[in-house]
Write a protein that binds this ligand. Structure first.
Ligand SMILES: [Zn+2]
Ligand SMILES: [Zn+2]
Length: 172
């Protein structure tokens, strides 16, 4: 006759479904018709506790991330000053609200891309400064030209979604 793995002098009444070891009446805990030894129950509780903790962490970590993504991840204070008199770009017929014109951004990129003018216009000050610092290499000039053309050929919605922080798509 097999004996309990904890109490070696007591006869086992069954085996634990968690670890498969023999357990006595004293060590046995029945959950939903299944036998568990004490250490397996502890483990089950620990596991559940960890799962709950993990879930809580997940929620805590994810919520601010959503907000950060919505902000464009620029880091710098979002420019409220740059929303000048560009209300003429408000495409009422399209049911969308634009605060940046892709034509202006495109022309700035093509004409003044070497000093990052299009980046400044789009509120990307960090990039604008980088372009400005490296203007003597002529690389920003080429990048600005390419970006300007890309702005001009992209469709309004795609451009706004990528570059316009004030862009709002109207419902309906
Ligand atoms: Zn067990
Ligand atoms: Zn026992």
């Amino acid at each position: 006759m097999s004996t309990c793995y904890v109490h070696h002098d007591v006869d086992a009444v069954g085996t634990c479904v968690g670890c498969g070891k023999f357990i006595c009446e004293n060590c046995n805990t029945e959950i939903k018709g299944k036998n568990y030894c004490k250490s397996c129950i502890d483990e089950l509780f620990e596991e559940n506790k960890k799962k709950i903790e993990k879930l809580e962490d997940h929620v805590k970590v994810n919520q601010p991330m959503v907000f950060m993504n919505a902000g464009g991840g620029g880091g710098a204070s979002s420019s409220s000053s740059s929303s000048s008199s560009s209300s003429s770009n408000n495409g009422g017929m399209l049911g969308a609200h634009y605060t940046k014109s892709k034509v202006v951004a495109g022309l700035l990129g093509i004409l003044l891309g070497g000093i990052g003018a299009h980046k400044f216009y789009l509120g990307r000050w960090g990039w604008g400064i980088i372009y400005l610092l490296f203007c003597w290499t002529y690389i920003p000039l080429v990048l600005g030209l390419i970006e300007g053309i890309l702005y001009l050929v992209s469709n309004d919605d795609d451009f706004a979604r990528k570059y316009d922080k004030g862009y709002r798509r109207m419902a309906g």
